[in-house]
Design a protein around this ligand. Sequence first.
Ligand SMILES: Cc1cc2nc3c(=O)[nH]c(=O)nc-3n(C[C@H](O)[C@H](O)[C@H](O)COP(=O)(O)OP(=O)(O)OC[C@H]3O[C@@H](n4cnc5c(N)ncnc54)[C@H](O)[C@@H]3O)c2cc1C
Length: 284
Amino acid sequence: MFSKRYIAGEKLEDAVTVSKQLAMKGVSSTIDHLGEYVTEIKMAKQVQRIYLEMIDRFEQEDLSVTYSVKPSNFGLLTDFETCFELVREVVEKARGYDSFVRIDMEDSSCVDAELELYQRLHAIYPQNVGIVIQAYLKRTPKDLLFLEKLHSEASPVNVRLCKGIYVEPEEIAFKDRKEISQQYVKALRFLLEKGIYVGIATHDRSLTDMAQQLIKQYAIGSEKYEFQMLYGVTPELRSELVRAGHKMRVYVPYGKEWFGYSSRRLKENPKMISYIIKALFKRG
Ligand SMILES: Cc1cc2nc3c(=O)[nH]c(=O)nc-3n(C[C@H](O)[C@H](O)[C@H](O)COP(=O)(O)OP(=O)(O)OC[C@H]3O[C@@H](n4cnc5c(N)ncnc54)[C@H](O)[C@@H]3O)c2cc1C
């Protein structure tokens, strides 16, 4: 099944196995349980249970793992306060192990609420929670200034910078690839200049090249950045960056709801079909 390339498997143990394989290659993981847009709090509580169990399981292993959550899975757009409390308990659990939870950034209807969620969690757990910024959004420079205000040595802000994956209207998002890349570089420069930890999440070689130049130019230490990629995407570029001495973290999704995740990856990259066919033949 093509989704195998992008998803660790359906079960928690599949994610553990993949993380161990990545660790052997010098790569850390961030674990995501698949699913989005929960409208019933009962279901959001189930999602929370999955995360709490996941964290307990992973922390039995000697792996450098963090966790990624999609707040819409915790009822973000149905009941913000309950969502906040559910995610807070997940971060509390991670903090107990000195670990870390990243709040993924979803489509534009979630951005304000996700920034607020981050602001409130960061005030309680400054070392254990991070956020994502999408370079394609026209509001991003303003959001970066907002994050800069939250940032201090005692309460460091931690950002994953990505291009953005959702289909958004032109009024709010850049559409042109070149323009999105320019916005990405601007945002990256800003984060590096301000000393804000950045997860450079991209498979775009021109951006990883530019990032390496900036890291050199600003003499950024490894305690201030890492590269991040999705499981199954551009493993060669990933290995090159690891060989060049950069920290690398791979986003490892697992679970039964692979369809939405995999089909988003397909839409994003039409060339994918040839990768899939190749992968199918390879696996015989
Ligand atoms: C760790 C991580 C976390 C992310 N979290 C979020 C998030 O929270 N919110 C959000 O909106 N987006 C998120 N994204 C997705 C991101 O926004 C982009 O949509 C995605 O990374 C593709 O953009 P790119 O920078 O890799 O460049 P692209 O120009 O899309 O890709 C560059 C090259 O990478 C290869 N490539 C890219 N995608 C694929 C693929 N599916 N299969 C095979 N090859 C491929 C191709 O060779 C392509 O030419 C995340 C991405 C990463 C890496």
